[in-house]
Ligand binder design. Structure first.
Ligand code: GSH
Length: 228
């Protein structure tokens, strides 16, 4: 059995959707990151960075894994699922996962912060992160021209890694009409039952389609977090 420490955010959805796709048994351990519990010693012992997601694999001597990309790679290695079997295919997946954890995650994350949560609206900073996020969407769109998935013809963890962020593009103040390949790919992944279950872990939340009251609540909570 695997324990998944998570919350309703893109990095959390990545791992929940991966576990769902792989059909692995897991127990959800909700870590409400708005309370600061993720910085308590008990959780730091699991993830030294004090952030979700993290897993503990009790079927592997309680092995702990933190960092969403590393968790996905660990699960892919463990099961042989959502990753090609050959070295070049694995490298391609790793390249796209690295591209996501070093690119889209941090850039779109900062677009969220400066568009929605930061106490001041600083237009040049908002513009910088939105433009960079859009540029990265463009890279995905080009890659997805004439193909269903990022690596070969297979749905892999590389797709899940990007889907989890791109699905809430509106939360970053961005639309994706100019990226038809990415839009098609996103719609296809969103329709997968495992994606839906992953995105509802530990509770349902779709930042793209929140009503005004939920948007205000979510924004206020995140504002409190980043100004702590
Ligand atoms: N590079 C990390 C980023 C993890 C991360 O930023 N998690 C956020 C939620 S998406 C979090 O736990 N934030 C709480 C905090 O900053 O205290 C990963 O990919 O796992």
């Amino acid at each position: 059995m695997i324990d998944l420490y998570t919350w309703a955010t893109p990095n959390g959805w990545k791992v929940a959707a991966t576990l769902e796709e792989m059909g692995l048994d897991y127990t959800v351990k909700p870590i409400d990151i708005t309370t600061g519990i993720q910085k308590e010693p008990e959780f730091i012992a699991i993830n030294p960075n004090g952030r979700i997601p993290a897993i503990v694999d009790h079927d592997n001597e309680g092995f702990k894994v933190f960092e969403s990309g590393a968790i996905m790679m660990y699960l892919a290695e463990k099961t042989g699922k959502l990753i090609p079997a050959d070295a070049k295919g694995r490298s391609e997946v790793l390249q796209w996962v690295m591209f996501q954890v070093g690119g889209l995650g941090p850039m779109q994350g900062q677009a969220h912060v400066f568009t929605r949560y930061f106490p001041e609206q600083i237009p040049v900073v908002i513009d910088r992160y939105q433009k960079e996020t859009q540029r990265l969407y463009g890279v995905l769109d080009t890659r997805l021209e004439g193909r269903d998935f990022l690596v070969r013809d297979e749905f892999t963890i590389a797709d899940i890694a990007h889907w989890s962020w791109a699905r809430i593009h509106r939360w970053a103040g961005l639309e994706i009409d100019e990226f038809p390949n990415m839009k098609r790919w996103l719609t296809a992944i969103e329709a997968r039952p495992a994606s839906a279950r992953g995105a509802a872990t530990p509770h349902a939340s779709n930042y793209n389609d929140m009503d005004e009251a939920d948007t205000a609540r979510q924004t206020e909570t995140a504002q409190t977090m980043i100004t702590k």
